[in-house]
Design a protein around this ligand. Sequence first.
Ligand SMILES: Cc1cc2nc3c(=O)[nH]c(=O)nc-3n(C[C@H](O)[C@H](O)[C@H](O)COP(=O)(O)OP(=O)(O)OC[C@H]3O[C@@H](n4cnc5c(N)ncnc54)[C@H](O)[C@@H]3O)c2cc1C
Length: 419
Amino acid sequence: MEVAYDRGRMTKRRISRREAITVGLMGAGAAATGLAGTHDALSGAGRGVRAVVVGAGAFGGWTALALRRAGAEVTLVDAWGAGNARASSGGESRLIRASYGPRRIYSAMVARALEIWKEYEARWDDRLLFPIGMLRMSSGASEYATAAPPILRELGLRVEEFDGAELARRFPQINPEGLTYAVLEHDAGYLLARRGCQRVLEEFEARGGAFVRARASAGGIRGGRMAEIGLADGRTVEADLFVFACGPWLGELFPEFDPPLVQPTRQEVFYFGPPAGRADLTEEKFPTWIEGPFYGVPATRFRGFKIADDRRGEPFDPTSGDRTPSAKGAREARVYMEHRFPGMRCAPLLEARVCQYEQSADGNLIVDTHPEASNVWIAGGGSGHGYKLGASLGEMLAGQALGEQEKEPFFRLARLTAA
Ligand SMILES: Cc1cc2nc3c(=O)[nH]c(=O)nc-3n(C[C@H](O)[C@H](O)[C@H](O)COP(=O)(O)OP(=O)(O)OC[C@H]3O[C@@H](n4cnc5c(N)ncnc54)[C@H](O)[C@@H]3O)c2cc1C
């Protein structure tokens, strides 16, 4: 759709061929998602549009940057800063993997996110993406696990499947007991999460975006539109287009939704110290991994051997919830770790963190306009898997909000609110 919006009124206008998405630049993920090949390709579509993005986490930061690169005048607002310690994006590392069972849309978004991260890593001359691979291990080849490899191959991503014997041969640091099927994604790995958010903010500001550190509240909706947001110090910011990417706080900003837009849940992450000299338990020789509810990152130059449990914890208040890690969580992580990775027996616990998932009712993303305001976009519901998707989500949302792309039905709000 070759349309953009005029400043002030958000009325559609035709844009020139030159301004339109450059289809010829599309890479594998881009072709799959209908997204642009480089961030420059969106250039011009946002010219004359004033946008406010609330939330500088993975979703809001990348969206603000994509809107800015499209030419919009963008103000990014965050109460505590990009990748802050309370934010869901505020952890040290996050897995990036493209296998999502049969959910091709996510695999394609990850393929595109990998392209975007590589583009910016080269631009920044900095390393934030560590493609050390991702090993999914299971007892039995479930439909979910086996659905992904053909999709990844089709997207041009490298993937292997093997049985328990081959797993034991390739990874002697794993106790293979009970494991009969494994998928190894070679292009997967981990991202430096909070540093990534800070880098995106720096890029946004270097490109003329304005950052405001303040708590924001959603403005009133009149005549199907929002005109401004309020800041805690009494100021207001007017705009034509608003994006609320407030992670686990989304439900607080929009309490009118039933079920709530997201439910924050308490999640723990543990970092254990491998014995000295064991490169086979570090990123030098071992990929990131998932087995059932447990997942982790081998010891990196930044942190110890990370283990977390993906099962949803208790409801959690992201502003003032108690972030003291539990002895029970540490014990469960240790029992699993010592069984599956015998080299980690008696490894000391080096660090622990409490974070929160921002769980949508069905675990899928929300990328849609508010049902009562066509210029208000809601982006969230990362539900424990959103960080890796931030880069492509930002580009997609910018494209949709500027009229370059249709909304993605899978991420629409109506699926959650329909009785
Ligand atoms: C322990 C843990 C492990 C995870 N592991 C992975 C993983 O391996 N791979 C993966 O892809 N994903 C993972 N995730 C999920 C992923 O981190 C999140 O889905 C993603 O970071 C959410 O980003 P966000 O931008 O929506 O939210 P956030 O990062 O929470 O950002 C929201 C921002 O909004 C700001 N804000 C909120 N309200 C206001 C307001 N009123 N005014 C101004 N600012 C406001 C906050 O300060 C915050 O900076 C994990 C999450 C956790 C907690």
